[in-house]
Structure formats: C-alpha cells, structure tokens
Write a protein that binds this ligand. Structure first.
Ligand code: NAD
Length: 367
C-alpha cells in the first residue's frame, strides 16, 4: 500500500479500499480517484496479479480520460483478484460478493474491464442496482460486443493521418492483445483498407505479412482458440509482435508492456494506445525521439467510458457512436496540435488539457 501513496496528489485518490471476505475468498481493491465532475464510473478488472499501486495508476489514467472526454463523471477503478478464465460459477460468486462489498460506496458505478463483461455487470446490477456496460436485454449498450473502444482508436488514427505520414488505407497493423479492444480496432481498420499483419494474445502470436483475415480470426478466437493456432498465419512466441514491421502498432493488453528495455524493437510510424498505460513515459519519450507518433491511451481509448456515460443517461447505441466519434476526434486534434505547436509529447499535451478540466471542475465544486 505504501508504494501507492507516492501517486497521491491534489486530484486524488479520494478513497483506496482494500477488501477481503473470508467467506467467498474475495480479495479486491477499489480506488475512487476524483468525483469533482460527478459520481465515479470505472471498470472492474479481474486479474491474478494486480497491486494497489497499479490500481491507483489505472484510476488516475481514467480520471484524465473522463475529464478529457468531457463526461460528467469522476473515476473509480477496481480490481478483483482472480484468474480471468475461472469457471463462470466461481466468477459469479466472486463478482456478486464484490458487488455487496461496495454497495455502500454509492459514488462508484462499476463497469466492465479486462476479465469482466456485460454479464458480470448484470450480476452486479442485480445485487446493488447500479452498473454500466450492461447486456442489451437489460437496457445496456454492450460496448465490447459493438467494439466501441476499438472504433474510437480508429477515429484517433484517422486524426493522426494529418500529423504524420500515416495513410490508414494500405497500412500494416499489429495488435498486441486480440481481445475486446484489439480485435475491433483491427476490424474497423480493415474496413478502411488497413491490413492486419500480426496479432497476439496471452498465449502466442499469429503472423501473416500478406494480411490476416480479421473476421475469421475473430471467430476463431471467440470459439476459444489461441491466435497462434489460427491456420491463416504463422505461429510465433507471444512477444514476437514487438518485432513485426508495420505502420500502426496497437497495444491492447496489459500496462507497461513498452519500456526503455524493449522499445528499440518497435518498427512503426504510430503507436495507438488501446490499453491503459501500456508504455512508460520514458518509452514514449524514446519513441518521440525516433519520430514515432504515440496516441495517448486516455484520449485514444476513451470510447468505452463515453459509451458508458451515454448508457447511464439512457441514450442509444447510435448516440454513443456519434459521441465517441465527435469527442475523440476533437480531443485528438486539440492534443496533437498542442504537441506539435508547443513541442511536447502528445501525452504531456493531453495531461495539460485533462488536468485543466479536472481542476476547473474542482474549483466549481469548491466555490
Ligand atoms: P480483453 O480481456 O477482452 O482482451 C485482452 C487480450 O489481451 C486477451 O486476448 C488476452 O489474451 C491478451 N493478453 C493478455 N496479456 C497479454 C500479453 N502479455 N501479450 C499479448 N496479449 C495479452 O480486454 P480488453 O477489454 O480488450 O482490454 C484490453 C486493454 O484495453 C486493457 O488495458 C483495458 O484496460 C483497456 N481498455 C479497455 C476498454 C474496453 O472498452 N474494453 C476501454 C479502454 C481501455
């Protein structure tokens, strides 16, 4: 826990709660970072190995994301310790226990994240009456099913075309983490003429320089197979995605996968951050020095949270797509323009923009 305090500052966190329930064997962490803009919304991650420190950092990335996206919500982030692929009955028991444990934290509205999905959100709403990212059948906009975060990443890349030599039509794409974000980003980019040349998951990598059939790989993966067993490509080790030459490299898996130690391996024009905090600041700086444009996570991958806010306000799927497109396009233009004109990293320009928006909201709440 002490490590996590290093990340506390004027913006938050407002609460860090560690939860242990001996009956259900639930171990979890909830971080409510900042609620100046409204009750917090944020994903529940299920992972075997997440620290409080990582939860605090993830929550802050989300605070900046919500503020940048201009939605009337602060941020909470929670982690339930467990294997994401555990048996459904065990997962249901843990998630329901988690829901009951956080019932009293009424300024936190849970949503899906890695290892949880729409069904898990339905269990939570069943227990405590509040959750976003619900199944369509109970009034939700199933953001992972429609792939709205991957759609937003594609919008960010469209903007990037005006700030570097990127042309999406004909571009080679590499996706690290062919899950909800990664596979849909690949699908939307393929619709615009890009070619998926490599994709990985936690078990391996699939490579095909001539182009992978994205829809076929999605169906193969959804049937429960690892991408490395897909017949439309060559099987490689998981981290071989770092070495595949491309124009667009999309991290869509875990935090801190790009560091000073491995960044030399990337051969790309643009890194579009689908995952949260996938690169260290040092790695982003080194990429900038090499002329690689990095589209920061909390601008490029804000599609999910914008969608969740639309759902909470009882909006439609069409409204959500329109909002995601408008907000990510406007923010990406503002950030990349400031980065270019003020000679900053895109992340620095994005932080200035987002922090300014949180502080403005805090000032209004305090006055
Ligand atoms: P997911 O669980 O659907 O997919 C993650 C994929 O990454 C899986 O295929 C998994 O096998 C793979 N993976 C895990 N570790 C890996 C590794 N070391 N190398 C390669 N692949 C690996 O999760 P998701 O919803 O797609 O989320 C992915 C990332 O995007 C997370 O950082 C999440 O916080 C972030 N994110 C998700 C959303 C959303 O709408 N789902 C929104 C914003 C940000």
């Amino acid at each position: 826990m002490a490590e996590a305090f290093r990340y506390c500052d004027e913006l938050g966190p407002e609460k860090i709660i560690e939860i242990y329930d001996p009956l259900s064997q639930l171990k979890a962490v909830l971080v409510v970072d900042n609620v100046a803009k409204g009750p917090s919304i944020g994903g529940i991650r299920m992972a075997p190995d997440v620290t409080v420190e990582e939860s605090v950092r993830l929550a802050r990335a989300m605070t900046l994301k919500n503020a940048a996206a201009g939605i009337p919500h602060g941020v909470g982030k929670s982690v339930v310790v467990g294997a994401p692929r555990m048996a459904t009955t065990d997962k249901e028991q843990l998630i329901r226990a988690f829901a009951n444990a956080i019932e009293v934290i009424t300024d936190y509205i849970p949503g899906p994240d890695m290892g949880t999905n729409e069904v898990a959100m339905a269990w939570i709403r069943d227990e405590i009456g509040r959750a976003v990212g619900l199944p369509r059948e109970v009034g939700g906009i199933p953001l992972d099913e429609i792939g709205i975060t991957g759609f937003g990443v594609t919008v960010a890349l469209e903007v990037a075309q005006d700030f570097c030599d990127l042309q999406i039509d004909g571009a080679r794409v590499v996706v690290q983490g062919f899950g909800s974000v990664g596979k849909h980003a690949a699908r939307f980019l393929a619709d615009k003429g890009a070619r998926l040349v490599a994709a990985s998951d936690s078990r391996g990598c699939c490579l095909n320089a001539a182009g992978i059939d994205v829809q076929a790989l999605i169906e193969f993966k959804e049937a429960g197979h690892p991408v490395s067993e897909f017949s439309g490509g060559e099987a490689l080790d998981r981290d071989a995605v770092l070495d595949v030459e491309c124009e667009i490299w999309i991290p869509a898996a875990r935090p801190d996968v790009l560091t000073a130690d491995n960044i030399d391996r990337l051969k790309t024009l643009v890194v579009a951050e689908g995952a949260n905090i996938p690169a260290t600041l040092e790695a982003e700086r080194m990429l900038a020095e090499r002329g690689v444009l990095v589209l920061p996570d909390f601008i490029a991958n804000a599609g999910g949270v914008i969608c969740a806010a639309v759902e909470w306000m009882k909006g439609s799927e069409t409204q959500a797509m329109i909002e995601v497109e408008e907000k990510i396009r406007a923010n990406m233009i503002e950030v990349l323009t400031a980065a270019r004109d003020e000679n900053k990293l895109p992340r620095e320009a994005a932080m200035d923009m987002a922090q300014g928006r949180v502080l403005e909201a805090m000032a209004v709440r305090e006055s």
